[in-house]
Design a protein around this ligand. Structure first.
Ligand SMILES: *[C@@H]1O[C@H](CO)[C@@H](O)[C@H](O)[C@H]1NC(C)=O
Ligand SMILES: *[C@@H]1O[C@H](CO)[C@@H](O)[C@H](O)[C@H]1NC(C)=O
Ligand SMILES: *[C@@H]1O[C@H](CO)[C@@H](O)[C@H](O)[C@H]1NC(C)=O
Ligand SMILES: *[C@@H]1O[C@H](CO)[C@@H](O)[C@H](O)[C@H]1NC(C)=O
Ligand SMILES: *[C@@H]1O[C@H](CO)[C@@H](O)[C@H](O)[C@H]1NC(C)=O
Ligand SMILES: *[C@@H]1O[C@H](CO)[C@@H](O)[C@H](O)[C@H]1NC(C)=O
Ligand SMILES: *[C@@H]1O[C@H](CO)[C@@H](O)[C@H](O)[C@H]1NC(C)=O
Ligand SMILES: *[C@@H]1O[C@H](CO)[C@@H](O)[C@H](O)[C@H]1NC(C)=O
Ligand SMILES: *[C@@H]1O[C@H](CO)[C@@H](O)[C@H](O)[C@H]1NC(C)=O
Ligand SMILES: *[C@@H]1O[C@H](CO)[C@@H](O)[C@H](O)[C@H]1NC(C)=O
Ligand SMILES: *[C@@H]1O[C@H](CO)[C@@H](O)[C@H](O)[C@H]1NC(C)=O
Ligand SMILES: *[C@@H]1O[C@H](CO)[C@@H](O)[C@H](O)[C@H]1NC(C)=O
Length: 711
């Protein structure tokens, strides 16, 4: 399902662990386009130097480097050092931070379908090698597998479980389908894949097979006459989506060191709460076709199941549940477990105010030799950004605030590199971090897409007016114009699926950005060998112009965040967002036929509103009088107030997730839930006592934030 909810759902994912996003919370920040807007945009001298430094051809050179070697997590220290060397050339003091983490790598796998009559079908479990696309045929190309999957065999009848959400399993139980002892056949899309495996495991199933489905591609399909990659923009039918099966919504990071840093001699905890103990494999839709076909006519036919996203678009398949088919699957998955080094690259330019730090991060590891979109479009952009700041530094410019560039390793397995790093540096980050900017899939299509904490909404939308955004052949529109026209100028709420997660859940203002495809754009082959340099140069971003534009945007954001005398954060913008979340909570309560006493929350939001207004008054005075001491006071308040939104104990059953305003859904993993402690106590546990407790905790958190802002 490419298009599901709202406008932005039409856009591809920009975050690496994320698939198609289902963001329900988007609020428009668009005012009517300024009558006086000039084109090209007017820039000051420093902005001009920064943006002029960007060169599409040099970006393509960085992209080419990153996409022609194995760089799965923990396997390419050379690439980490190369990244550090590039940043160092441009003036960043750069180093590698090493962690010893649990990872596993594929050794062998097999899958066999046995029909009731005893004949068999053997899926290839491989993506086709394409002569046009050299990295698809590299001898060291990465097999199809699931990161953090369980080594084991399973042989049993199998049942189609839709997208594998808890509601899908509930529906199967209501239909009387026996799940215990069976293998789950699940469709990609919707929740994070690890949660599909978790749900299957919790229902007593003994293995899981997850397939891609062309229904995710809307009208850009071979069935609708569109030619497939490499000759056209449709999905290559052999595409397999690799990816982690960690239980992302419970605990990201190294599963063997929950809450502390993974050093070589760190004690290792039991990991069974955050990774599966049943084996799983990903397959392509061509491999899935016979497996699904064998279920036709058994159990409940797909349309009768009445579940969103249940029926896909594979020809000849009716997506029956399949109980009683008599067909069986034999699955084998062998992984090698390792505690192995990974390397985060850290590049720093000290600011004059070292107690104010702005971080920019992208992960470097990919599931495949390529990774031209995920994540190395972001990696290429980050080098070009470093180059631009190098140019500006040549004029004698120095940042007021410290800049920290981060190239994370092992994001793909479960945000491992960033989580371990935050666990190590949390005392410093809690006191000094102003914002974290994340760029994962910088480019998988032409449409800009951002999600951010509310205090970053104003600056992140206004700076779009300064960027020329090349779009479908036109060169006379700004990023803001395209964003307004294509996605209604809506800024998403942060859920999870990329490296901002650890920062956000320690109360640090964050933004996640990228550009993705709409319903008419070429299909981006997420976590597949076809996410390659050749695909990017031919279909994703020919000419690398979108790379350049999104890189210029990130550069301007960083420039203003590190050099504006008054920090461009707007705490007061939380007020209206909080009110929206509260109204949504009210609906959740009504739908569940429950009652909750919300007055504590309502008055906390009122207190926040008053404090934020007082803050604005004080800040205006600081700016008007150019009072350096007063500016330092207001800047520190803007830096610190969102720490208040976090709670030490975290959310029910998942203490890692401390932010009480937004979190990834427990059963979505990617998509956000607002006021999550209260909301999910209702939607998951139907426990109004617990929900009432979290009304108190959430109100307290908002009051702490208000107290930090108060003057
Ligand atoms: C447009 O320009 C006029 C004259 O310079 C100014 O008065 C007005 O405020 C501007 N409008 C906007 C929306 O910036
Ligand atoms: C590391 O990545 C680089 C650049 O893509 C590549 O040239 C090199 O072969 C890779 N190293 C290994 C060990 O695969
Ligand atoms: C066994 O069943 C499958 C699926 O219905 C069918 O394609 C195949 O021809 C059958 N084989 C034999 C030997 O009957
Ligand atoms: C597919 O094309 C049909 C007919 O033009 C159109 O109505 C529909 O909205 C399109 N679907 C998507 C997902 O773009
Ligand atoms: C699905 O819903 C339709 C009406 O919406 C109903 O007629 C049908 O019985 C339902 N199917 C099942 C299996 O419950
Ligand atoms: C930045 O400042 C820290 C101390 O705050 C110092 O240890 C470090 O050497 C400085 N780095 C550079 C590149 O000047
Ligand atoms: C932008 O250029 C196109 C032609 O490429 C033209 O049709 C259009 O009117 C221009 N738009 C503006 C706002 O100048
Ligand atoms: C960069 O852009 C120029 C101008 O559009 C184009 O000619 C060139 O091919 C682009 N470079 C790459 C590597 O695509
Ligand atoms: C919640 O809904 C009730 C009615 O169901 C209404 O009286 C109350 O004002 C609403 N509160 C909020 C915060 O929207
Ligand atoms: C709430 O009440 C309505 C009407 O009585 C009922 O249809 C619905 O199923 C109830 N919802 C829940 C979650 O209990
Ligand atoms: C504000 O004060 C600082 C430090 O005293 C000075 O460098 C700067 O030029 C002043 N800015 C304005 C707008 O007066
Ligand atoms: C609901 O939550 C409360 C408070 O945490 C807890 O004491 C109680 O056992 C929970 N009830 C159920 C049915 O789980």
């Amino acid at each position: 399902m490419r298009v599901i909810l709202g406008l932005i759902a039409a856009i591809g994912a920009e975050a690496c662990m994320r698939e198609r996003t289902l963001q329900t919370h988007h609020h428009s920040h668009v005012k009517r386009q300024d009558a006086n807007a000039t084109f090209p945009p007017v820039l000051d001298a420093n902005e001009q130097i920064l943006l002029d430094s960007f060169d599409n051809t040099s970006i393509s050179t960085w992209s080419y480097y990153y996409t022609h070697g194995d760089h799965i997590a923990g396997r390419n220290r050379t690439m980490a050092q190369w990244t550090a060397d590039r940043w160092a050339e441009y003036g960043f003091s750069s180093r590698l931070d090493e962690y010893y983490v649990y990872l596993n790598y594929p050794v062998s796998h097999s899958l066999l379908l046995t029909y009731p009559n005893g004949s068999t079908f053997t899926p290839s479990l491989q993506e086709a090698i394409l002569p046009e696309d050299e990295t698809t045929g590299y001898p060291n190309r990465i097999p199809t597998f699931h990161g953090y999957s369980f080594s084991g065999n399973a042989s049993a009848e199998y049942v189609y479980v839709g997208r594998g959400q808890q509601v899908d399993f509930n529906r199967l139980k209501a239909l009387g389908v026996q799940l215990e002892g069976k293998i789950a056949l699940a469709k990609y899309g919707g929740p994070f894949r690890g949660l599909k495996v978790k749900n299957a495991q919790e229902h007593g199933m003994i293995g899981a097979v997850i397939f891609s489905d062309p229904s995710d591609d809307g009208n850009i399909t071979e069935a609708k006459g569109v030619v497939a990659y490499p000759n056209g923009p449709a999905r290559n039918p052999t595409t397999v989506q690799r990816g982690s099966v960690q239980f992302l919504s419970i605990y990201p990071g190294d599963p063997t060191t929950p809450g502390y840093t993974s050093k070589e001699d760190s004690p290792r905890a039991d990991k069974s709460n955050s990774v599966p103990h049943i084996p799983s494999l990903p397959i392509s839709w061509v491999d899935a076709q016979p497996i699904l076909e064998a279920l036709n006519g058994f159990g409940t036919v797909g349309v009768e199941v009445n579940r969103t996203g249940w029926v896909g678009a594979i020809p000849g398949v009716n997506y029956s549940t399949g109980d009683g088919s008599g067909a069986t699957l034999s699955l084998s998955n062998v992984m090698e477990d390792d505690i192995t080094p990974i390397w985060d690259v850290i590049g720093i330019i000290n600011g004059t105010n070292q107690d104010e730090v702005v971080l920019v991060g992208n992960h470097r590891d990919a599931w495949i030799v390529g990774g031209a979109a995920d994540p190395n479009s972001g990696s290429a952009v980050l080098i070009e950004l470093a180059k631009a700041f190098g140019k500006l530094s040549e004029t004698g410019w120095k940042p007021t605030r410290t800049i920290v560039l981060c190239s994370w390793d092992a994001e793909e397995y479960g945000l491992v590199g960033s989580t371990e790093w935050v666990e190590e540096y949390i005392p410093w980050l809690k006191t000094a971090a102003v914002t974290y900017f994340n760029i994962d899939v910088a480019v998988s299509g032409p449409i800009p897409d951002i999600a951010a904490t509310p205090d970053l909404h104003a600056i992140s939308s206004s700076l779009m007016k300064k960027i020329v955004w090349p779009y479908r052949g036109t060169t006379n529109r700004t990023m803001y114009d395209v964003w307004t026209e294509e996605v209604g100028g809506e800024i998403g709420v942060l859920g999870s699926g990329s490296d901002y997660t650890s920062f956000l859940h320690r109360g640090i203002a964050s933004i996640d950005m990228g550009a993705g495809g709409g319903p008419t754009d070429p299909i981006y082959h997420y976590h597949s060998n076809y996410d390659s340099y050749h695909w990017m140069a031919t279909f994703g971003d020919p000419g690398f112009h979108t790379h350049k534009a999104i890189g210029q945007y990130l550069t301007l954001l960083l420039y203003h965040m590190v050099s504006d005398a008054s920090l461009p954060l707007e705490p007061a913008d939380y007020t209206s967002e909080l009110k929206t979340y509260l109204a949504e909570l009210n609906e959740t309560i009504a739908t569940a036929n429950g009652t909750l006493e919300l007055s504590e929350l309502t008055s906390a939001i009122d207190v926040f509103k008053t404090s934020a207004e007082e803050f604005n008054t004080l800040r205006a005075l600081a700016i008007d009088t150019n009072d350096t001491e007063l500016l330092a006071v207001t800047n520190h308040k803007a830096r610190d107030f969102s720490r208040g939104f976090t709670s030490q104990g975290g959310l029910p059953g998942r203490e890692f997730f401390q932010n009480l305003i937004f979190a990834p859904g427990l059963d979505t993993g990617y998509a956000p839930v607002t006021l999550p402690g209260i909301t999910e106590s209702i939607t998951f546990q139907n426990n109004f006592t617990l929900a009432q407790e979290f009304v108190g905790k959430t109100a307290d958190a908002i009051l702490v934030a208000a107290a930090i802002l108060k003057t």
